[in-house]
Design a protein around this ligand. Structure first.
Ligand SMILES: C[S@@+](CC[C@H](N)C(=O)[O-])C[C@H]1O[C@@H](n2cnc3c(N)ncnc32)[C@H](O)[C@@H]1O
Length: 144
């Protein structure tokens, strides 16, 4: 899917009243926040710095943030990120993933439930950026 079209969908959704953590789930019966958080935590420890791209309402983030060192959440719509927990080790930036850049390096970059909203060309650009955001330019964990 072209991200511009997807952003229209997310923008409309962000303007609806009474947003909850589940609002960003396209299929409301498909809530796997606990499973997502537990999966993410398999790759972390107390020293891990995470970049959570398209963090939405923080459904998974709010469950894992207190077991890691730091997380930077990047989410286009403030209305969603308003539901992300406020804590000393949580930073939130409302930006488009395509424009977002930083010199900081992370141990883990997350794109949970996000890549289906980008076309092939956009996806290649995003994955290239993700590699740059990773400590040692990524390469994956040889244990997985
Ligand atoms: C299905 S939700 C997933 C949210 C969260 N990662 C999770 O697993 O619950 C997709 C999120 O990606 C965000 N998103 C889509 N395109 C984006 C873009 N170009 N920049 C920033 N966020 C974007 C949407 O606003 C939405 O919050």
């Amino acid at each position: 899917m072209d991200n511009q079209k997807a952003l229209e969908y997310w923008k409309n959704l962000s303007k609806t009243p009474d947003l909850t953590q589940e609002s960003v789930k396209v299929n409301k019966i498909n809530n796997h926040y606990k499973e997502d958080a537990n999966f993410i935590l398999r790759f972390t420890d107390k020293n891990t710095d995470i970049l959570d791209l398209g963090a939405g309402s923080g459904g998974a983030l709010n469950l894992y943030y207190n077991k890691i060192n730091f997380v930077l959440a990047v989410e286009k719509f403030k209305e969603f990120s308003n539901l992300i927990v406020r804590a000393d080790n949580v930073a939130i930036i409302n930006a488009d993933i395509k424009d977002f850049d930083t010199n900081k390096k992370f141990d883990l970059v997350l794109l949970f439930g996000v890549m289906q909203f980008f076309n092939e060309q956009e996806s290649k650009q995003i994955y290239t950026k993700c590699k740059k955001f990773l400590q040692k330019e990524g390469g994956g964990n040889p244990n997985y």
